[in-house]
Design a protein around this ligand. Structure first.
Ligand SMILES: Cc1cc2nc3c(=O)[nH]c(=O)nc-3n(C[C@H](O)[C@H](O)[C@H](O)COP(=O)(O)OP(=O)(O)OC[C@H]3O[C@@H](n4cnc5c(N)ncnc54)[C@H](O)[C@@H]3O)c2cc1C
Length: 251
């Protein structure tokens, strides 16, 4: 079957990859002159790449990691030390580490919180670790029930003070959701935090070893086209028709 896909971002490319695996012929129409959508990158006149945004790949991304494996490019990821690192606003140029030890989940993350002495007092460490415990026990059900609170409200319920919010959670919330703690539902960051708690390497971070175009998108394009799919850039889909398809129904 021939399948038209509007958009050559990661979703469109991944969709085409699995369609060729299933024996179909996908055709990707990407409106821009570059693939990748929100992970797209460009070369400047000196030959240096600049990216839409730096992309972190977490251990808690099973589908993405499986996709890279199936493409044979899992070695394009460079895994960093298992730690979350924060700037310390009151001590410019110094960093505070939440180093995650290689022990069983969820104790690995809880130990990383208890060991951090730069940003959390002992009282706050215990309060935060205790606050995370219902998520460990009740899982996603608890996380979804927290939708009635913003992240800031949820932190206040745990007794986390304003300084910790401004030093840690504004950065964490914006990195995960692009939204401030007072505006984002607690469910969104807690979903990520709970995955990090439940999975031994869930919060481990990797970065691509080069530009996303060359190290991620191009191998996907090669895989798709070698198996009968097609990829067109500068082709904006303007209309989708639900009548039985011929290529002429796509414009
Ligand atoms: C600054 C930044 C940092 C990020 N960091 C991370 C991170 O660290 N980790 C992480 O997991 N995620 C991160 N993300 C999110 C991640 O980039 C996106 O979730 C993901 O790339 C979305 O892929 P997509 O294919 O669904 O959508 P998109 O990337 O938006 O792709 C959609 C594509 O469709 C094309 N298109 C739209 N309309 C048409 C049309 N009519 N015809 C043809 N083509 C069309 C667009 O041009 C685009 O190429 C980040 C995003 C940004 C912006």
């Amino acid at each position: 079957m021939r399948v038209a896909i509007a958009g050559g971002g990661l979703a469109g490319l991944a969709c085409a990859k699995y369609l060729v695996d299933a024996g179909h012929q996908p055709i990707i129409f990407e409106s821009r002159d570059v693939l990748g959508g929100l992970v797209a990158a460009w070369k400047d006149e000196d030959g240096d790449w600049y990216e839409t945004g730096l992309h972190a790949f977490f251990g808690a991304y099973p589908n993405m990691l499986q996709l890279l494996k199936e493409l044979g490019i899992e070695d394009h990821l460079q895994w960093k030390e298992h730690a979350l690192i924060f700037n310390q606003p009151e001590k410019p140029g110094t960093y505070s580490y939440f180093k995650v030890p290689d022990i069983l989940a969820p104790f690995h993350v809880l130990v990383s919180i208890l060991r951090n002495n730069d940003m959390l007092t002992w009282e706050q460490k215990f309060r935060f670790a205790l606050g995370l415990w219902p998520g460990v026990v009740r899982g996603q059900k608890y996380v979804e029930a927290m939708d009635k609170y913003s992240l800031l409200e949820w932190l206040e319920l745990q007794g986390i003070d304003k300084r910790v919010n401004s030093d840690i959670f504004i950065a964490a919330s914006k990195a995960l959701t692009f939204i401030n703690p007072e505006d984002v539902s607690a469910t969104i960051p807690l979903t990520a935090i709970n995955r990090f708690l439940q999975e031994r390497y869930g919060s481990k971070i990797a970065f691509l070893d080069g530009s996303p175009n060359e190290r991620l998108c191009q191998p996907m394009v090669d895989y798709i086209t070698e198996r009968g799919g097609q990829v067109f850039t500068e082709n904006r889909s303007k209309k989708l028709s639900s009548t039985p398809t011929t290529a002429s129904n796509i414009s």
